[in-house]
Design a protein around this ligand. Sequence first.
Ligand code: MG
Length: 386
Amino acid sequence: MIRRRSEGRGALAPWASRSTDSRGRRIAEAPAPTRSEFQRDRDRIVHSTAFRRLVYKTQVFLNHEGDLFRTRLTHSLEVAQLARSIGRSLGLDEDLIEAIALAHDLGHTPFGHAGQDALHDCMRPYGGFEHNLQSLRVVDCLEQRYPAFDGLNLCFETREGILKHCSRRQARHMESIEPDGVARRFLDGTSPSLEAQLCNLADEIAYNAHDVDDGVRSGLIQLDQLRTVPLVARFLDEAIADHSQLLQTPKRLLAETIRRMLSQQVYDVIDETGRRLDECDPHSADAARACPPLVAFSAGMRQASRELKAFLFQALYRHPQVVETTDRGRRIVRELFDVYRERPDQLPLDFQESPLRERAVADYIAGMTDRFAVREHRRLTGRDIL
Ligand code: MG
């Protein structure tokens, strides 16, 4: 039953998304001579401006705090790696997986979640701001690279995977613009493709692991604190039991612990998903969409992952030092918003022309890298916040 394949890319399983069965692009295009539709989406994403900006956007630590911490770009690459590795075992389409994983954070503001919260606050009277909807907006409208259309004109399946969550109100609004589109499933309660489900779970696996790594390497989390987290403690102990010399080299001990933890989570997802697939036995990608979510942790791993997340929340995301710097980021975003709203002439020309000024301001700020936002804030206010 387990589909643990280690050899090269295998044939697609019946439940995989198939590029040849794609529900297509919003604007029809002739097929590419050598690439599948999902490959083409992945390539469009890699060549986009928003993708290149991810390198200077905060994950948890601000970009200028150190060169070795994760950024949105390296995070997205880790999500793609984990998801492809699991997806191959499950017979899923790796190109679609990669496209979704690389695009999933394109809509993130500078300064991580603090930036998004600040922008959402500013945008409350104008429809709010949500990074996940913004990721879709980037690939649907904001990228300007093609003569015939705005955005990247991606396939339905890639866009479906990018829209991870959506309120019912928002879904109704999107459904009125794009009937039977990517927001439909939030109204009829169906699931997204297995490739999309997988990227969502791989995102969680990736950030839990790399935030432990960055947290310890930054000195904000001590290895000993991790002993209180069962999922990490188990692999810390196993690593030391197998290699007692690791006690002398904490860096290697951390790396070995995280490696084991990642492997265990990957195997857990493959096993649990294999079990659910056996139970539901979907004969097509659409049959899989009609099933309850199939890509999942076992109950035990779900609980362990929750505990790790709770620990990270307390120990890292709420750490005074992290809060202090992200609060500065929050202020920068808020003040930038106010300045551009008062003085739209300070926006680039193509943003000035927009009839919805606040949305244009939000789009412009959301696209900024951390360091561009800092520089722009300094230019416009004459003050140094970061
Ligand atoms: Mg992410």
